[in-house]
Ligand binder design. Structure first.
Ligand SMILES: *Cc1c(COP(=O)(O)O)cnc(C)c1O
Length: 394
């Protein structure tokens, strides 16, 4: 089976794990610290805070910025649900905003502008599929409205400009991301005091971490804030350091595979929509090429296409079901309507993309998709090409 994503783990990760076990020091030691500074350096920052997940990273950022009850946070619905959950963790109110278009499935700036209120405190940008976009426009919007810009950079490790949009960025090292520690996350920011606060919050709010106490040979600690246990351990940091060393080469491979997909899909599947297509012709898109999303024609049954590809040995997935339509959020916020996100979520299909793939895999996927589309033509509803009044709202 050709998988949508697949981690690359091998001898160097095994050796890094063995060396950590042999060292006898498995939590909060110098590997975590080295991973933080190396990750920061590779993204153009001085420092970073390693945490247990991207979800923890987003929670810490919002908490450390003092966002809480009564505050509104603008967020895309076309994201993994964790982005939105983090807003509820601090007691703030998520305000769902639509995406710009199927060609650019990123948060709409005009949409954000339209729903801003005096209670709006922050915007969480999610660099969908790894593409970082519109930094200047977002910065001037945030400045004008007095908002904090936060990046959910789970898709964008290694991308140009990532982390430089606003106040802090959260990364994920979950198993399907561009680099992995199995579970894990990282926060980059340029404000050293904000980083210090988040580092303290990560470890129960203790004023000194275990390793610092050991190094300083002192015993006491104090708790000066509400903390959490969001620590990363030495084993994960050791794997992360190994993966980080190969991230740039992996992302170049992802970029080359994406270009091949774009060329072959536009020739072989002309009815399939290609998000970010126009960016490729501009030379170097600022992207970590995390996933390969396509948008199926409206008259095609997506499930039939998924089944056809599966029988050709190709796994696919959907990024994402719109968060505001998931039962929990739909029940809690029943009146949200985001037509562009909803249509995109209904028609999107994510094709396999990972650096272990070969050019021939791309060719195989494109020809299998072309024949699946031929077979499935006319099987789906088509709210756009043939607007049937009876279907609206179904
Ligand atoms: C993976 C992902 C997360 C969650 O990351 P974890 O490390 O699993 O907590 C959050 N947001 C987006 C966009 C993701 O893709």
């Amino acid at each position: 089976m050709l998988l949508v994503s697949e981690p690359i783990l091998g001898t160097s990760e095994k050796e890094a794990l063995a060396a950590t076990i042999d060292s006898g020091w498995i939590t909060m030691g110098d590997r975590v610290r080295t991973f933080e500074t190396e990750f920061a350096r590779q993204h153009g920052f001085e420092d970073a805070v390693a945490v247990s997940s991207c979800t923890a990273a987003l929670h810490l950022i919002l908490h450390a910025l003092g966002i809480g009850p009564g505050d509104e946070v603008l967020v895309p619905s076309l994201t993994f649900v964790a982005t939105v959950n983090s807003i509820l963790y601090v007691g703030a109110t998520p305000v769902f905003v639509d995406i710009e278009s199927a060609e650019c499935p990123q948060l709409s700036l005009a949409g954000c502008e339209a729903v801003c209120t005096p209670r709006t405190r922050a915007v969480i940008l999610m660099h969908y599929a790894g593409y970082t976009a519109g930094r200047d426009a977002w910065r001037s919007f945030a400045d004008r409205k007095g908002l904090l810009l936060i990046e959910d950079a789970a898709h964008a490790a290694g991308a140009e400009q990532v982390g430089t949009f606003g106040v802090a960025a959260a990364f994920s090292f979950y198993g399907n991301k561009n680099m992995t520690t199995a579970e894990g996350g990282m926060i980059v920011a340029s404000d050293a005091r904000l980083l210090d606060a988040m580092r303290q919050m990560r470890g129960h709010g203790l004023t000194t971490a275990t390793f610092q106490r050991y190094a300083a040979k002192s015993v006491g600690y104090d708790v000066t804030m509400l903390g959490f246990n969001y620590r990363m351990d030495e084993l994960r940091a050791a794997v992360g350091l190994t993966q980080l060393g190969r991230l740039a080469a992996w992302n170049r491979k992802r970029a080359a595979l994406t270009r091949r997909y774009m060329d072959e899909l536009s020739a072989g599947c002309p009815r399939v929509g290609l998000p970010f297509r126009s960016w490729q012709s501009d030379g170097h898109p600022r992207s970590a090429h995390h996933i390969m999303p396509v948008v199926l024609p409206g008259d095609v049954d997506r499930l039939a296409v998924i089944e056809r590809l599966k029988s050709a040995g190709i796994q696919t997935s959907v990024h994402y079901p719109a968060a505001h339509r998931l039962t929990y959020y739909r029940t809690r916020y029943p009146h949200v309507a985001l037509p562009v996100s909803e249509d995109y979520a209904d028609r999107e299909l994510t094709l396999p993309l990972h650096p272990g793939m070969h050019d021939g895999d791309v060719d195989h996927v494109v020809s299998a998709l072309a024949s699946a589309l031929r077979d499935a033509a006319g099987t789906g509803r088509s709210p756009h090409e043939f607007p049937e009044p009876a279907e609206v709202g179904v």
